[in-house]
Design a protein around this ligand. Structure first.
Ligand code: FES
Length: 109
């Protein structure tokens, strides 16, 4: 199930609240060497695009084509990884287009 995109400005911290309390999670992008914030309800792909990361591989944005598949670590909700086998999931492969962080994570992007 796709969720609504983040509202404009949702990447800003709320005064007096920690990033976790404000629903922000830190995503470490290991290939590009960047850390980005991902608000609750946004996918990692959406957060990376909002952060200005260029050239991300993706197509369907629905978990079916596997174009965006990368290694990832951390707690995340991934309810539509239809393109991955159980073995690939056990090996740490994830689909950023349908990955909703539940805490700080890292992705090979
Ligand atoms: S863009 Fe198709 S599975 Fe992620």
């Amino acid at each position: 199930m796709r969720r609504s995109p983040p509202r404009s400005g949702s990447f800003c911290k709320e005064p007096g609240r920690s990033p976790t309390e404000a629903g922000l999670h830190t995503i470490v992008l290991t290939k590009s060497g960047r850390n980005i914030s991902c608000p609750a309800g946004s996918t990692v792909l959406e957060a990376a695009q909002q952060a200005g990361l260029q050239g991300l591989p993706y197509s369907c944005q629905g978990g079916t084509c596997r174009t965006c598949a990368v290694q990832a670590k951390g707690a995340m909700e991934t309810d539509q990884m239809l393109a991955l086998t159980p073995g690939e999931i056990r090996a740490g492969l994830r689909l950023p287009c349908v990955a909703y962080p539940l805490g700080d994570c890292s992705f090979e992007l």
